[in-house]
Design a protein around this ligand. Structure first.
Ligand SMILES: *[C@@H]1O[C@H](CO)[C@@H](O)[C@H](O)[C@H]1NC(C)=O
Ligand SMILES: *[C@@H]1O[C@H](CO)[C@@H](O)[C@H](O)[C@H]1NC(C)=O
Ligand SMILES: *[C@@H]1O[C@H](CO)[C@@H](O)[C@H](O)[C@H]1NC(C)=O
Ligand SMILES: *[C@@H]1O[C@H](CO)[C@@H](O)[C@H](O)[C@H]1NC(C)=O
Length: 489
């Protein structure tokens, strides 16, 4: 007797047969693991792949349309390797419900010999509070929705999705429909902090319109989450390089937003203090947050619309030249008031650091190279919008930069302060949806004219130059530096 799934899906069988003859790959297995958070969700998908032809150079990964929209960071590696593989996104066909990303394989694999690729993505704004409001002493529950099947242009022998929560308290999850043909049992099951969908067997190429229409479906997990859902709706970072003061000043203007359930009723400070006293803070209220700031910082300032905020603590790690262990300065950041669901808090955080900690001078080319961190890593927090402005010393010319990932936009202009006569060259970068995975650096290089140079030469760390070169190779940053002419304005 035919297995039940074949009897039920003659059309599928046909599609399957047509594709099978021309398909370059087959997925022996796909395992997707989703780690739920607040405003940031991490997804790891492992593909066990069998080449059906010789000499194949690229493998195509598919991401559903909505999934792609939520994905703010993506990386593919061979399993167990450190280096990311090069990926190229195919131009999106709006009549299709998925995006295709081509992964360049590190070598051509022999026919029938399986290999593994690991796709890691970070999704932002993928969860929402449910219920949408909560009283101060209520719990916080969130909903996350994703597609049931991992889509792939190839036949998949077996696939499974595991959705993991931080606290093992799942309220409910969707039971998939109409997929009995792919699984004998366990369409969906819960074990501890995880909800597992599948395993589903013999899944035909799921990028076909008929498959997507018939079987693809959203599944939702409703779960308790006991950390606040934080968003930085706006970050303006100014990084000002001063040769004169041998200083790098970083200033962040931050609008922090609690995207958890909105507060129902009034805020009671007494209730808040009682909860704090019993060390049972409400899960959706942010009392404080620990940030890693660079080593060797000084003159740290933190103020909001009312004035200086003095309740925060800072422990400065020694400057990088004396800091072999690469420690961070630790800043315990405490807003003036506890941040409740739906509330905003705007503040400014800034600090100076010795320029030689992040700058070097290359005698051969006569160029200064300065490392500018794109952002401070706020764990579990998404930065919706960032504008980074790098202000170069007066007289800087021939400005170039190397960036670890592209910005939404970037430009070179002039920054005029009242002391300057000519204005200082400035670089501006705009970003959206940044997470800790984006906490990397831009390298800016420039020359300084001889007369400007004479004012005060900066101390340069030769050790840093070595680090810079190594760092570039390790991170596979494109070394062809972007070059732009300053805009006349
Ligand atoms: C940022 O994230 C939002 C919500 O997930 C999404 O709608 C938007 O397209 C993203 N923007 C960019 C530029 O990726
Ligand atoms: C690959 O496996 C298939 C089916 O198991 C077999 O028919 C084919 O001959 C194999 N090809 C090679 C090159 O080993
Ligand atoms: C804030 O503190 C800094 C140094 O601690 C001080 O220089 C500044 O005047 C203070 N500003 C206000 C508004 O109190
Ligand atoms: C917080 O800011 C957002 C926009 O940035 C605004 O829509 C919202 O009303 C603000 N919330 C409060 C409580 O002011």
């Amino acid at each position: 007797m035919m297995p039940k799934r074949w009897r039920n899906f003659p059309l599928l069988l046909l599609v399957n047969a047509v594709f099978a003859s021309s398909q370059p790959f087959e997925n022996s297995a796909i395992v997707r693991s989703i780690e739920l958070g607040g405003s940031v969700v991490h997804v790891t998908t492992t593909y066990a792949i069998k080449p059906l032809e010789a000499g194949l150079k690229s493998y195509s990964i598919a991401l559903g349309r909505e999934e792609k929209e939520k994905t703010s960071w993506l990386e593919v590696k061979s399993k167990g390797q450190d280096n990311a593989l090069q990926v190229t996104e195919q131009s999106f066909d709006p009549s299709k419900d998925f995006h295709i990303i081509d992964v360049q394989l590190p070598s051509a694999y022999p026919v029938n010999k399986s290999f593994n690729l690991v796709l890691e993505t970070v999704q932002t704004h993928a969860t929402h509070p449910w219920p949408e409001t909560a009283a101060q002493k209520d719990e916080q529950a969130l909903k996350y929705t994703t597609d049931l099947f991992v889509v792939s242009p190839y036949v998949t022998s077996i696939q499974r999705t595991k959705i993991k929560t931080v606290t093992p308290r799942v309220i409910s999850f969707t039971e998939p429909k109409n997929v009995e043909g792919f699984a004998k049992e366990n369409l969906a099951s819960k074990s501890g902090p995880s909800v597992v969908y599948g395993p589903f067997e013999n899944v035909p190429p799921s990028t076909s319109a008929s498959f997507l229409e018939t079987y693809q479906q959203p599944v939702t997990v409703h779960y308790y989450h006991d950390q606040p859902c934080l968003e930085i709706t706006k970050l303006e970072r100014f990084a000002e390089i001063s040769h004169w003061g041998a200083n790098l000043n970083i200033e962040d203007k931050i609008v922090l937003y609690n995207a958890g359930p909105k507060l129902k009723g009034h805020f009671s400070r007494l209730e808040h203090q009682t909860q704090a006293f019993y060390k049972r803070p409400a899960p959706h209220v942010l009392p404080a947050m620990t940030l890693h700031l660079p080593a060797g910082i000084r003159n740290t300032y933190y103020y909001d619309t009312i004035g200086n905020v003095s309740t925060s603590k800072l422990r400065v790690a020694p400057s990088t030249s004396k800091n072999k262990q690469k420690q961070y300065s630790v800043f315990e950041f405490r807003p003036r008031y506890p941040l409740l669901g739906g509330w905003n808090y705007s503040f400014t955080l800034g600090f100076d650091s010795p320029l030689e900690d992040s700058a070097s001078y290359d005698k051969k080319t006569g160029r200064y190279i300065v490392e500018i961190p794109i952002m401070t890593a706020f764990l579990g927090t998404v930065i919706d919008d960032e504008e980074l402005t790098v202000i170069l010393p007066e007289g800087a010319t021939d400005v170039r930069f190397a960036a670890p990932f592209p910005a939404i936009s970037n430009m070179i202009g002039t920054h005029v302060t009242y002391l300057d006569t000519t204005g200082r060259p400035a670089l501006t970068f705009k970003y959206k949806n940044l997470t800790v995975r984006h906490a990397e650096s831009i390298f800016v290089t420039y020359k300084v004219s001889w007369s400007a140079h004479l004012k005060k030469p900066i101390a340069v760390g030769t050790a840093f130059l070595g680090l810079f070169t190594l760092g570039m190779i390790a991170r596979r940053v494109n070394l062809t530096l972007n070059q732009q002419k300053p805009k006349a304005s």
